[in-house]
Design a protein around this ligand. Structure first.
Ligand code: SF4
Length: 446
């Protein structure tokens, strides 16, 4: 009779933002490293981990539904992630969950897994690839460089969910980035709650990479990442997200001009009016911002600027909103995400007076988006007739879908390559742009 043991199986549900995705990847990597199998169905799994999002009310609902479904289908459920930081909410709705942890809690999740589903004696270390388990396509990956945030923006509860800034050691980040490239990744998406603050908590300590000292600071890290090579000797695409507008962000623009990192900056401004920015506890000088944008474009004319704005913040008057419209008109940003302010439980801004009625918020949001659509359409049209390098995401009978340096996955536009049927996902190709609209480009292979 065979005594071979069957490895325990864990089902995994991953909800939320890219930061939560990275947490999921770390947990999945540990699970595989310890010999657990990852199950694709509730039915097969011995236990289910649900990584939740707790940012806005609809995300809370989605997370609670997912937990409910996992309990109904499987019964043994461990909850982690942002909603887990509000432990009471989870326990009240679903008292039968086995354990609840907050975000960024691989160790605690593993402890809970061990308690309810002991691992086999011999970890299958050799089954785990060096780049870890990824939830993104093979050719791009998120790299989280820090956790938590030292700011206290009044509309946000992330610091209370994830705590103050903790930066990862620079050598670890670089090793992870190199492992990813060695495994076929072409594009590294640098994320955190506040990318520009990287290293502040460790006083920009000097670490080591490749036998050489390297400072834990955004500029140095971005430069070093930009110099990494794929096994084919190509320079990796490095894209910076969630860059808070500190003055020292100016330093990374020359790296973009030199082609070491992508000429792309995701920099949330949130508003343009001084009073509203102050109420939000954000840096308050839109004139200064316009001057900096001009300066960035002077250094790196190809730079793509992406930003996000909140409209209808408590107390926002029509004049203050119009100031935001003027800023958007003047700044001519390439990509804009805008949201109507929505009160998140626990956010300080909820206590502010004069909340803007929902219909006024919606009307302002529509005006801002209409203006931005015109700007985006006009800026994208400038690409027609030019040739650009794109990274292919998907291929089917109708052609290929790709992205240029101006397009981050999921949030920006796409480049449709009409004759791209023979390309493969992960190819970097040169295309001629033939058409455009307010979001996307159309092209043929050059
Ligand atoms: S910088 Fe970002 S994460 Fe930090 S408090 Fe402000 S909005 Fe929240």
């Amino acid at each position: 009779m065979s005594t071979k043991k069957i490895p325990p199986r864990v089902g995994f549900v991953s909800l939320g933002c890219p930061k939560a995705t990275v947490d999921s990847e770390h947990i999945l990597t540990r699970l595989r490293a310890e010999g657990y199998l990852i199950s694709t169905s509730y039915f097969d799994a011995d236990l289910v981990v649900v990584n939740t999002c707790g940012f806005i009310d609809s995300a809370v609902e989605e997370s609670l539904d997912a937990i409910g479904e996992a309990i109904a289908e499987n019964g043994k459920v461990i909850v982690t992630g942002c909603l887990g930081a509000k432990g009471d909410v989870v326990k009240q709705s679903h008292p039968s969950v086995l354990a609840v942890t907050g975000p960024h809690a691989t160790e605690e999740v593993m402890e809970a897994v061990h308690a309810y589903l002991p691992r086999l004696h011999d970890p299958y270390m050799d089954l785990v690839p060096a780049q870890g388990i990824r939830l993104t396509p093979k050719h791009y990956a998120y790299v989280k460089i820090s956790e938590g945030c030292n700011h206290r923006c009044t509309f946000c509860i992330i610091p209370s969910l994830r705590g103050d800034l903790v930066s990862r050691p620079v050598g670890d980040v670089m090793q992870e980035a190199q492992n990813l490239l060695d495994a076929g990744v072409k594009e590294l998406l640098v994320i955190s709650q506040d990318t520009s603050a990287y290293g502040l908590d460790v006083k920009y300590r000097t670490g080591f990479w490749g036998g050489k000292p390297l400072k834990s600071r955004l500029n140095e890290l971005a430069g070093a990442m930009g110099d990494l090579k794929t096994p084919e000797g190509e320079r990796a695409w490095v894209r910076l997200h969630y860059v808070y507008p500190y003055p020292h962000v100016d330093e990374v623009i020359p790296l973009m001009a030199e082609g070491r990192i992508l000429p792309y900056l995701d920099i949330p401004f949130q508003h343009a009016n001084q009073r509203i920015l102050k109420l939000m506890k954000r840096p308050a000088s839109s004139e200064n911002m316009l001057a900096r944008i001009r300066q960035w474009r002077g250094i790196c004319p190809d730079i793509t600027l992406r930003s996000t704005f909140i409209v209808g913040f408590p107390g926002e008057t029509e004049e203050e909103f119009e100031e935001l419209l003027d800023f958007v008109e003047e700044a001519q940003l390439d990509r804009v995400g805008a949201f109507a302010y929505s009160p998140i439980e626990g956010a300080a801004a909820n206590e502010l007076p004069d909340h803007v009625p929902a219909e006024v918020q919606e009307e302002r949001l529509a005006r801002l988006m209409l203006l931005q659509e015109e700007i985006s359409a006009e800026r994208l049209e400038r690409n027609v007739g030019k040739s650009v390098t794109v990274l292919v995401d998907e291929v089917d009978d109708e052609g290929a879908v790709a992205r240029s340096s101006a397009d981050a996955p999921e949030i920006d536009g796409l480049v449709y390559i009409e004759d791209g049927q023979r390309l493969n996902a992960g190819d970097l190709v040169e295309v001629n742009v033939t058409g455009s609209d307010e979001h996307d480009l159309w092209a043929t292979i050059a």
